[in-house]
Design a protein around this ligand. Structure first.
Ligand code: GLP
Length: 259
Protein backbone atom coordinates (compact mmCIF):
# COMPACT_ATOMS: atom_id res chain seq x y z
CA UNK A 1 0.00 0.00 0.00
CA UNK A 2 1.36 3.40 -0.94
CA UNK A 3 0.13 5.97 1.57
CA UNK A 4 0.28 9.44 0.04
CA UNK A 5 -0.47 12.40 2.31
CA UNK A 6 -0.94 15.80 0.64
CA UNK A 7 -0.74 19.25 2.24
CA UNK A 8 -4.08 20.29 0.77
CA UNK A 9 -7.28 18.58 -0.30
CA UNK A 10 -6.87 20.10 -3.73
CA UNK A 11 -3.44 18.53 -4.15
CA UNK A 12 -4.81 15.09 -3.20
CA UNK A 13 -7.70 15.46 -5.65
CA UNK A 14 -5.41 16.64 -8.43
CA UNK A 15 -3.03 13.73 -7.84
CA UNK A 16 -5.87 11.21 -8.20
CA UNK A 17 -7.13 12.92 -11.36
CA UNK A 18 -3.58 12.92 -12.77
CA UNK A 19 -3.31 9.21 -11.92
CA UNK A 20 -6.46 8.36 -13.88
CA UNK A 21 -5.55 10.64 -16.78
CA UNK A 22 -2.10 9.05 -16.84
CA UNK A 23 -3.67 5.58 -17.10
CA UNK A 24 -5.74 6.79 -20.07
CA UNK A 25 -2.74 8.36 -21.80
CA UNK A 26 -0.81 5.10 -21.39
CA UNK A 27 -3.73 3.08 -22.72
CA UNK A 28 -6.63 4.90 -24.42
CA UNK A 29 -8.63 1.64 -24.23
CA UNK A 30 -8.12 1.27 -20.47
CA UNK A 31 -10.89 -0.22 -18.30
CA UNK A 32 -11.59 2.10 -15.36
CA UNK A 33 -13.59 1.22 -12.25
CA UNK A 34 -15.47 4.32 -11.10
CA UNK A 35 -16.96 5.38 -7.80
CA UNK A 36 -19.59 7.87 -6.64
CA UNK A 37 -19.89 10.12 -3.60
CA UNK A 38 -19.01 13.66 -2.66
CA UNK A 39 -15.29 12.95 -2.33
CA UNK A 40 -14.70 12.01 -5.95
CA UNK A 41 -16.82 14.80 -7.49
CA UNK A 42 -13.82 17.17 -7.76
CA UNK A 43 -11.80 14.38 -9.42
CA UNK A 44 -14.44 14.20 -12.16
CA UNK A 45 -14.45 18.00 -12.38
CA UNK A 46 -10.74 17.93 -13.16
CA UNK A 47 -11.20 15.19 -15.75
CA UNK A 48 -13.88 17.33 -17.41
CA UNK A 49 -11.50 20.32 -17.37
CA UNK A 50 -8.81 18.26 -19.10
CA UNK A 51 -11.30 17.17 -21.75
CA UNK A 52 -12.56 20.72 -22.30
CA UNK A 53 -9.05 22.02 -22.76
CA UNK A 54 -8.45 19.37 -25.43
CA UNK A 55 -5.78 17.49 -23.44
CA UNK A 56 -7.54 14.14 -23.39
CA UNK A 57 -10.22 12.01 -25.04
CA UNK A 58 -12.24 9.37 -23.21
CA UNK A 59 -13.73 7.93 -26.41
CA UNK A 60 -11.97 4.55 -26.05
CA UNK A 61 -12.19 4.20 -22.27
CA UNK A 62 -14.48 1.51 -20.85
CA UNK A 63 -15.93 2.08 -17.38
CA UNK A 64 -17.57 -0.05 -14.72
CA UNK A 65 -19.18 1.72 -11.80
CA UNK A 66 -19.10 0.04 -8.43
CA UNK A 67 -22.71 0.21 -7.41
CA UNK A 68 -26.30 1.42 -7.73
CA UNK A 69 -29.29 1.69 -5.43
CA UNK A 70 -31.86 -1.08 -5.89
CA UNK A 71 -35.19 0.36 -6.99
CA UNK A 72 -33.94 3.57 -8.59
CA UNK A 73 -34.27 3.89 -12.35
CA UNK A 74 -31.40 5.28 -14.40
CA UNK A 75 -33.15 8.62 -14.74
CA UNK A 76 -34.01 8.98 -11.04
CA UNK A 77 -32.31 12.19 -9.85
CA UNK A 78 -30.50 10.39 -7.00
CA UNK A 79 -29.44 7.31 -8.93
CA UNK A 80 -25.75 6.75 -9.53
CA UNK A 81 -26.54 6.71 -13.27
CA UNK A 82 -27.69 10.33 -12.94
CA UNK A 83 -24.70 11.18 -10.73
CA UNK A 84 -22.25 9.86 -13.33
CA UNK A 85 -24.00 11.60 -16.21
CA UNK A 86 -24.12 14.87 -14.33
CA UNK A 87 -20.53 14.89 -13.15
CA UNK A 88 -18.69 13.15 -15.98
CA UNK A 89 -20.32 11.34 -18.86
CA UNK A 90 -22.61 14.04 -20.30
CA UNK A 91 -19.78 16.58 -20.14
CA UNK A 92 -17.14 14.53 -21.96
CA UNK A 93 -16.81 12.14 -24.90
CA UNK A 94 -17.27 8.86 -23.04
CA UNK A 95 -19.20 6.57 -25.43
CA UNK A 96 -22.50 5.30 -24.02
CA UNK A 97 -21.70 1.75 -25.19
CA UNK A 98 -18.49 1.77 -23.11
CA UNK A 99 -20.20 2.81 -19.87
CA UNK A 100 -21.44 0.20 -17.41
CA UNK A 101 -23.41 0.79 -14.21
CA UNK A 102 -25.54 -1.87 -12.49
CA UNK A 103 -29.25 -1.31 -13.22
CA UNK A 104 -31.16 -0.80 -10.00
CA UNK A 105 -34.68 -1.02 -11.40
CA UNK A 106 -34.56 -4.47 -13.03
CA UNK A 107 -37.12 -7.11 -11.97
CA UNK A 108 -34.36 -9.48 -10.79
CA UNK A 109 -31.51 -7.53 -9.14
CA UNK A 110 -29.69 -10.74 -8.16
CA UNK A 111 -29.54 -11.84 -11.79
CA UNK A 112 -28.34 -8.33 -12.72
CA UNK A 113 -25.54 -8.63 -10.15
CA UNK A 114 -24.38 -11.98 -11.58
CA UNK A 115 -24.51 -10.60 -15.11
CA UNK A 116 -22.54 -7.50 -14.11
CA UNK A 117 -19.77 -9.53 -12.48
CA UNK A 118 -19.51 -11.63 -15.67
CA UNK A 119 -19.43 -8.49 -17.84
CA UNK A 120 -16.41 -7.16 -15.94
CA UNK A 121 -14.60 -10.44 -16.57
CA UNK A 122 -15.72 -10.59 -20.20
CA UNK A 123 -14.01 -7.25 -20.79
CA UNK A 124 -10.76 -8.44 -19.24
CA UNK A 125 -11.28 -7.00 -15.74
CA UNK A 126 -10.70 -3.52 -14.37
CA UNK A 127 -7.27 -1.99 -14.97
CA UNK A 128 -7.55 0.83 -12.45
CA UNK A 129 -10.26 1.16 -9.81
CA UNK A 130 -11.10 4.53 -8.24
CA UNK A 131 -12.51 4.28 -4.71
CA UNK A 132 -13.83 6.45 -1.93
CA UNK A 133 -14.42 5.15 1.59
CA UNK A 134 -17.42 5.32 3.90
CA UNK A 135 -17.10 6.56 7.47
CA UNK A 136 -17.74 2.96 8.55
CA UNK A 137 -14.96 1.64 6.31
CA UNK A 138 -17.15 0.53 3.40
CA UNK A 139 -15.92 0.46 -0.18
CA UNK A 140 -18.57 0.40 -2.89
CA UNK A 141 -21.53 -0.60 -0.75
CA UNK A 142 -19.63 -3.41 0.95
CA UNK A 143 -20.73 -2.72 4.48
CA UNK A 144 -18.95 -3.97 7.62
CA UNK A 145 -18.94 -7.80 7.82
CA UNK A 146 -19.13 -8.16 4.04
CA UNK A 147 -17.30 -11.31 3.02
CA UNK A 148 -13.77 -10.56 1.90
CA UNK A 149 -14.44 -13.06 -0.93
CA UNK A 150 -17.67 -11.40 -2.06
CA UNK A 151 -18.51 -10.67 -5.69
CA UNK A 152 -21.19 -8.41 -7.18
CA UNK A 153 -24.43 -8.94 -5.27
CA UNK A 154 -27.23 -7.28 -3.31
CA UNK A 155 -26.22 -5.63 -0.04
CA UNK A 156 -28.40 -4.02 2.60
CA UNK A 157 -27.08 -0.59 3.54
CA UNK A 158 -25.90 -0.03 7.11
CA UNK A 159 -28.00 2.52 9.05
CA UNK A 160 -25.02 4.91 9.20
CA UNK A 161 -24.68 4.75 5.39
CA UNK A 162 -28.38 5.52 4.92
CA UNK A 163 -27.94 8.44 7.28
CA UNK A 164 -24.71 9.71 5.62
CA UNK A 165 -26.22 9.48 2.11
CA UNK A 166 -29.51 11.10 3.16
CA UNK A 167 -27.85 14.49 2.53
CA UNK A 168 -28.35 13.83 -1.19
CA UNK A 169 -32.09 13.05 -0.79
CA UNK A 170 -35.04 15.21 0.30
CA UNK A 171 -35.85 12.93 3.25
CA UNK A 172 -34.01 10.09 4.97
CA UNK A 173 -37.03 7.84 4.21
CA UNK A 174 -36.30 8.31 0.49
CA UNK A 175 -32.87 6.66 0.70
CA UNK A 176 -33.05 3.11 -0.70
CA UNK A 177 -31.98 0.49 1.82
CA UNK A 178 -30.48 -2.01 -0.61
CA UNK A 179 -27.91 -1.79 -3.38
CA UNK A 180 -26.19 -3.79 -6.09
CA UNK A 181 -22.47 -3.55 -5.43
CA UNK A 182 -19.25 -5.00 -6.78
CA UNK A 183 -17.84 -7.26 -4.04
CA UNK A 184 -14.58 -7.11 -2.16
CA UNK A 185 -13.10 -9.88 -4.32
CA UNK A 186 -14.31 -8.02 -7.42
CA UNK A 187 -12.45 -4.91 -6.27
CA UNK A 188 -9.33 -6.89 -5.33
CA UNK A 189 -9.18 -8.32 -8.85
CA UNK A 190 -8.60 -4.80 -10.28
CA UNK A 191 -5.02 -4.51 -11.42
CA UNK A 192 -4.52 -1.15 -9.66
CA UNK A 193 -6.52 0.70 -7.02
CA UNK A 194 -6.54 4.43 -6.21
CA UNK A 195 -8.54 5.37 -3.10
CA UNK A 196 -9.22 9.00 -2.18
CA UNK A 197 -10.25 10.08 1.33
CA UNK A 198 -10.51 13.68 2.46
CA UNK A 199 -11.67 15.38 5.63
CA UNK A 200 -11.55 14.58 9.32
CA UNK A 201 -14.76 12.48 9.17
CA UNK A 202 -12.83 9.78 7.29
CA UNK A 203 -9.77 9.71 9.55
CA UNK A 204 -10.93 6.81 11.74
CA UNK A 205 -11.91 4.58 8.81
CA UNK A 206 -8.63 5.47 7.05
CA UNK A 207 -6.57 4.42 10.08
CA UNK A 208 -8.46 1.13 10.34
CA UNK A 209 -8.06 0.50 6.60
CA UNK A 210 -4.29 1.06 6.58
CA UNK A 211 -3.14 0.07 10.06
CA UNK A 212 -5.97 -1.95 11.56
CA UNK A 213 -6.23 -5.70 11.40
CA UNK A 214 -7.40 -7.22 8.13
CA UNK A 215 -11.02 -7.74 9.05
CA UNK A 216 -14.50 -7.78 7.54
CA UNK A 217 -15.56 -5.24 10.17
CA UNK A 218 -13.57 -2.71 8.11
CA UNK A 219 -14.11 -3.83 4.50
CA UNK A 220 -11.51 -1.38 3.16
CA UNK A 221 -8.83 -3.19 5.18
CA UNK A 222 -9.06 -5.90 2.48
CA UNK A 223 -6.99 -3.54 0.34
CA UNK A 224 -4.01 -4.58 2.49
CA UNK A 225 -4.08 -7.72 0.33
CA UNK A 226 -3.84 -5.77 -2.91
CA UNK A 227 -0.32 -5.36 -4.35
CA UNK A 228 -0.86 -2.06 -6.22
CA UNK A 229 -3.04 0.16 -4.07
CA UNK A 230 -2.42 3.86 -3.62
CA UNK A 231 -4.22 5.74 -0.86
CA UNK A 232 -4.53 9.50 -1.48
CA UNK A 233 -5.20 11.51 1.68
CA UNK A 234 -5.36 15.09 2.82
CA UNK A 235 -3.92 16.04 6.20
CA UNK A 236 -7.28 15.75 7.98
CA UNK A 237 -8.05 12.25 6.67
CA UNK A 238 -4.51 11.15 7.65
CA UNK A 239 -4.73 12.57 11.17
CA UNK A 240 -5.26 9.27 13.02
CA UNK A 241 -2.45 7.33 11.35
CA UNK A 242 0.09 6.01 13.86
CA UNK A 243 2.89 5.79 11.29
CA UNK A 244 2.11 9.18 9.79
CA UNK A 245 5.75 10.37 9.95
CA UNK A 246 6.96 7.22 8.22
CA UNK A 247 4.56 7.68 5.31
CA UNK A 248 5.61 11.32 5.00
CA UNK A 249 9.29 10.34 5.02
CA UNK A 250 8.76 7.80 2.23
CA UNK A 251 6.50 10.04 0.11
CA UNK A 252 6.95 13.67 1.24
CA UNK A 253 3.73 15.55 0.51
CA UNK A 254 2.48 12.60 -1.57
CA UNK A 255 5.45 12.59 -3.92
CA UNK A 256 6.15 9.24 -5.56
CA UNK A 257 9.22 10.36 -7.53
CA UNK A 258 11.64 10.33 -4.60
CA UNK A 259 13.90 7.32 -4.07
C1 GLP B 1 -21.15 5.90 -0.91
C2 GLP B 1 -20.62 5.06 -2.09
C3 GLP B 1 -19.15 4.79 -1.94
C4 GLP B 1 -18.46 6.06 -1.48
C5 GLP B 1 -18.86 6.36 -0.06
C6 GLP B 1 -18.34 7.68 0.47
O1 GLP B 1 -22.19 5.34 -0.22
N1 GLP B 1 -21.33 3.83 -2.31
O2 GLP B 1 -18.63 4.33 -3.18
O3 GLP B 1 -17.06 5.88 -1.49
O4 GLP B 1 -20.25 6.20 0.14
O5 GLP B 1 -19.07 8.75 -0.01
P1 GLP B 1 -18.63 10.28 0.20
O6 GLP B 1 -17.46 10.49 -0.67
O7 GLP B 1 -19.84 11.06 -0.21
O8 GLP B 1 -18.29 10.42 1.64
Amino acid sequence: MKVLIFDTTDAAVQAVADRLLGEIRMNPGVVLGLATGGTVEPVYERMVNSFESGEISFAGVRTFNLDEYVGLSGDHPMSYHTYMNRHLFSRTDFAAYNVNIPRGDVPDPTAEAGWYEAEISRHGGVDCQLLGIGENGHIGFNEPTSSLSSVTRIKTLAPETVSANSRFFDRVEDVPTTSITAGIATILRSRKVALLATGEKKSHAVAKMIEGPLSAICPASALQLHPLTEIYLDVAAASELTLHDYYQAVHPNGRTDVP
